[in-house]
Structures are given as structure tokens and as C-alpha cells.
Design a protein around this ligand. Structure first.
Ligand code: 173
Length: 497
């Protein structure tokens, strides 16, 4: 096959003929412009040039190859024709590097909040906006933290707590902690190795990672990074095209994934306004290419841009179909009421996650923790409790082992931690995740001793006072404990030349 010169590619730099280069391959994306989930604008910005750098954080490596008909794969770029681009170091790059250089040493990171402070300072604005944003007025994301603080411990004394054991199984898989790494999309916005930071740290420390459908790394890259026997779960966004979903799920099962967490709280993505605004600010250059065009989709932020494949017609009727295509455990992620918890039990799935999607979906939804109390009460009326065949997980706002233990005391099988680990690798890569795991371990050990629980079965409802949980004193409770007692890590000022 003959190679294509960069000059030839540059002649196809318009809406009428639009070629781009991704990883050394030339693609004709003219007919795809209006179908691109992220809109045409961003592609046109790179029309006739190399789009790899913009493509990488948002797409798994094989996405363009799989989505574009083969006749649109034009060929390989002739490397000798590509001007050796010495990447221009921008002021933003310099600032970011200076901030990275000024990070505190990892052993000064004492808790999960510290990672958040560092991540906020080192992440590019767009990445921070995407990760940290929640929907509308961001009331639910704050409530997720506040709910934990409305629960009080009732510790027991004088039990020999010389040795404490917090090992457990999650959906039949061994876990060194009663928590799992929950799915968060687009890991490469935070770190060049993206989700692999999580996989490697999880493998090393016996923690279970839930792989996101919208990871920046491909599914196979992630599974390949796991050590033999490392348990992995998969989070699933259901595609409008069920064949795609079926192939994806069955491929995951063949590759050894143990459980399928179907996201059920996102038929449409919430409005994360920080994320949406960021897009307006960022793409000025693209806007020029668009001049005079009508019908251009307004930018909706990173997440909304890539979510149009998600099927809003998903319903209870689909559950038997999922059961028919896989033997993995099936968990519904995003349950928020006893009514739906009972329906899930009756539908024969293996569990539910009480989640509000990290406050990113329906704002002013209650916290998973608050829902846990009502849902456990409802499930107790429908059979044995705890039910070995039906797990109840909680996520949202977990930053401390005390949060984990409160959820376990109230009946959760384990908890999910998303942003906590995301910020850990965004600030320190794999080592950050390992440190976060170690912090959870240290805190759990101490908290179990202080609670008088020698193993997780001794973490019982009587150890917490949840009587204030349902009382929402204000519509938007302030996380005042956090505000007043957390001393932000002091970040050195970057030295810019
Ligand atoms: O919360 C999210 O951002 C999320 O789940 C998502 C969904 C679709 C595309 C990207 C992210």
C-alpha cells in the first residue's frame, strides 16, 4: 500500500472533504461528521491534520477503526512528509509542569481529601471541570458527604481488638477491603495511563476495579494490565444497538469479568454546568472553521458529547435478555427507592447499587446512604437478611473508612469509591492509588478497633445511630465539619520561568 503524504491530507480540510490522521493512519471522516457523538466542530478543528492528541483521552484506541467503514480507511501517512513537529510548549504546559513539580511528596498525603486538593491544582481546567462537576445546583453531591455526617457511632468497649480482620468477598470474589473502585469515565483526562493506574494498583493490593464502558483505555488494554486471577467487574452503558452491547458483554465474560453493573440512572446525562461551560471557553479555534454553518450542535460538555449512544428505552423488560446473554452476576447500578429495590429482587438480579451517580444525574436525589436504610427495611420483609444471593452496594461521597463502616453497619455488602481513586491517580498516578488504598486500610484498622469490631460481621446496625439520617435540616446542608476542620494541604507556588 502506498503511503499518503501530509500535503495530500492537508488538502482535505473542509466540511466537503475532511481527512484526519490518528495514530499514523489517515481516515476520511467527511460522511461521519454529523454522526460524531461529540459533534462535527471538534473534528473540523483538526481537518487535514493529525488529531491524535485530541482523540486519545476521549476515545479508546480502536474506536475510529471500528466505527468507520473500511473504505474510509485511506491508508498510512508517509512519516517522511510530516514536518517534525517540535511540540510547542505553551504557557499552560509550563504552568502544569510547574504545578506537578510542586506537588507535596506522597507521604504527606494523609487522607483522600488531600488527593482532591492536589488534583484540583494540577489538572487542566477541562479535566477538573469534567471530573468534579455534578448536576444543576450540585445539591446532591454535597448531600452525599453530609449524609455520612448525620450518622453517629455507638462503639463497644473492652473487646480484645488486638487483631482485626476486614477481608471480605464481594459477589463471591475475594477483596482485601470492603470497597471496590467504582467506574469513572475518561481516565486519560487525568493521567496519561488513565484507568491502567487503577488496574495495576488494584491487582497489587487485592482490590476490585469496576471497568467503565467509557474508559479512555480500551477494555482489552485494561484486562491485559490485570495480574492472573485479578477479579474485575464491568460497568455497562446499554447501547441503542443491542448487538453491540451483546458482543461487548460476551467478550467481557470470555475475558473473565465477574460481574456486570448495568447503569440504570442515566437514560440522559444530567447537566453538569461546569463541564458545559468549559467547552464553550475552550474551542474558539474550532469555532472559526464553523463560520457560516448552520445546524451545528451546541457543545454540551465532554460527557454529554459522547453519551448519545446510551439507550433511553432501557426497561425492566430487558432484564431477561441480559440474563439470556451472560452468566455473570447482574447488578443494577443507580437504584434509589425500596419500590425499585424490590422489583430488582423479583427480577432475579444479583444485587443493586444505591447510587445517585456521584450527584451527576438527578439533582436533589437523596444519598445512597439514606436510601440504604429504607431499602434494607423493605428487603427484610421479602426474605432472609442478609440475603446471600442479593447484594446491596452504596456509593457516593465515600472518603473515609468511617464512611465505609457506617454503610456496612446499615446493611451494605460493600461500598463503591469513584472520585476518591480518580483524584488519587490524577495527582500521583498508580502510586497515588496505592497510597489511597493504604490510607483506607489504616483507617479501617483503627476504626474497627475503636468500634470494637474484630471482623466485618461484628459491624452491626447497633453500632450506629442513624436517627438523624432522614432529617434534612436545610435544603442544601453545608458540609460544615469538612469546611471547618479540614486544613487544605499547602501547595507550593509554581515557579514559572
Ligand atoms: O458521569 C458521567 O460523566 C458518565 O457517566 C458519562 C456518561 C457518558 C459519557 C461520559 C461520561
Amino acid at each position: 500500500m502506498s503511503l499518503i503524504s501530509a500535503a495530500t491530507v492537508s488538502q482535505h480540510a473542509s466540511r466537503d472533504s475532511c481527512w484526519i490522521i490518528v495514530h499514523g493512519k489517515v481516515y476520511d471522516v467527511t460522511d461521519f461528521l454529523d454522526d460524531h457523538p461529540g459533534g462535527s466542530k471538534i473534528i473540523l478543528k483538526y481537518a487535514g491534520t493529525d488529531a491524535t492528541e485530541a482523540y486519545d483521552p476521549i476515545h479508546p484506541p480502536d474506536a475510529i477503526k471500528t466505527n468507520l467503514p473500511t473504505q474510509k480507511h485511506i491508508g498510512e501517512i508517509d512519516p517522511s512528509t510530516v514536518a517534525k513537529v517540535v511540540k510547542k510548549v505553551t504557557d499552560a504546559d509550563r504552568k502544569r509542569q510547574a504545578l506537578l513539580d510542586a506537588r507535596p511528596p506522597l507521604d504527606e498525603i494523609l487522607n483522600l481529601h488531600d488527593f482532591e486538593a492536589v488534583a484540583r491544582s494540577v489538572l487542566p481546567d477541562k479535566a477538573w471541570a469534567y471530573y468534579s462537576s455534578a448536576s444543576d445546583d450540585e445539591i446532591t453531591i454535597r448531600e452525599n458527604r453530609a449524609a455520612f455526617q448525620r450518622i453517629w457511632f455507638r462503639p463497644r468497649i473492652l473487646r480484645d481488638v488486638t487483631s482485626v480482620d476486614w477481608s471480605c468477598t464481594i459477589l463471591g470474589q475475594k477483596s482485601s477491603l470492603p470497597l471496590y473502585i467504582s467506574a469513572t469515565a475518561l481516565g486519560k483526562l487525568g493521567h496519561p495511563d488513565g484507568e491502567l493506574n487503577l488496574t495495576r494498583a488494584a491487582g497489587k493490593h487485592g482490590v476490585i476495579q469496576m471497568i467503565p464502558t467509557l474508559a479512555s483505555c480500551s477494555f482489552d488494554q485494561i484486562v491485559d494490565a490485570a495480574v492472573p486471577g485479578q477479579p474485575l467487574f464491568l460497568q455497562l452503558y446499554v447501547n441503542r444497538n443491542r448487538e453491540i452491547t451483546k458482543n461487548y458483554v460476551q467478550h467481557a465474560e470470555r475475558r473473565g469479568v465477574k460481574a456486570l453493573f448495568i447503569t440504570v440512572d442515566a437514560p440522559q446525562l444530567g447537566r453538569r454546568e461546569k463541564d458545559m461551560r468549559m467547552k464553550f471557553v475552550g474551542d474558539d479555534a474550532g469555532a472559526k472553521v464553523q463560520e457560516g454553518q448552520s445546524g451545528v450542535k451546541k457543545d454540551q460538555g465532554v460527557a454529554r458529547a459522547i453519551s448519545s449512544f446510551i439507550d433511553p428505552s432501557l426497561s425492566w423488560k430487558d432484564i431477561p435478555w441480559f440474563r439470556s446473554i451472560t452468566n455473570m452476576s447482574i447488578i443494577l447500578k443507580g437504584v434509589a427507592t425500596p419500590e425499585d429495590a424490590i422489583m430488582a429482587l423479583e427480577a432475579g438480579v444479583q444485587g443493586i447499587v444505591l447510587s445517585n451517580h456521584g450527584g451527576r444525574q438527578l439533582d436533589t436525589s437523596r444519598s445512597g446512604l439514606e436510601n440504604l436504610v429504607d431499602i434494607v427495611a423493605a428487603l427484610k420483609t421479602r426474605g432472609p437478611w442478609p440475603n446471600p444471593n442479593f447484594s446491596v452496594f452504596v456509593d457516593g461521597g465515600v472518603r473515609r473508612a468511617s464512611d465505609v463502616l457506617k454503610a456496612l453497619a446499615l446493611g451494605a455488602s460493600a461500598v463503591g469509591v469513584g472520585r476518591g481513586f480518580l483524584y488519587a491517580f490524577s495527582s500521583y498516578g498508580q502510586e497515588g492509588v496505592e497510597r489511597a488504598i493504604q490510607i483506607f486500610r489504616d483507617e479501617i484498622e483503627m476504626n474497627m478497633r475503636l468500634l470494637g469490631a474484630r471482623n466485618l460481621s461484628e459491624v452491626v446496625p447497633e453500632m450506629v445511630d442513624a436517627s438523624a439520617l432522614h432529617s434534612h435540616a436545610t435544603i442544601t446542608p453545608r458540609d460544615s465539619l469538612y469546611d471547618q476542620t479540614y486544613q487544605p494541604l499547602r501547595l507550593a507556588q509554581p515557579k514559572t520561568r
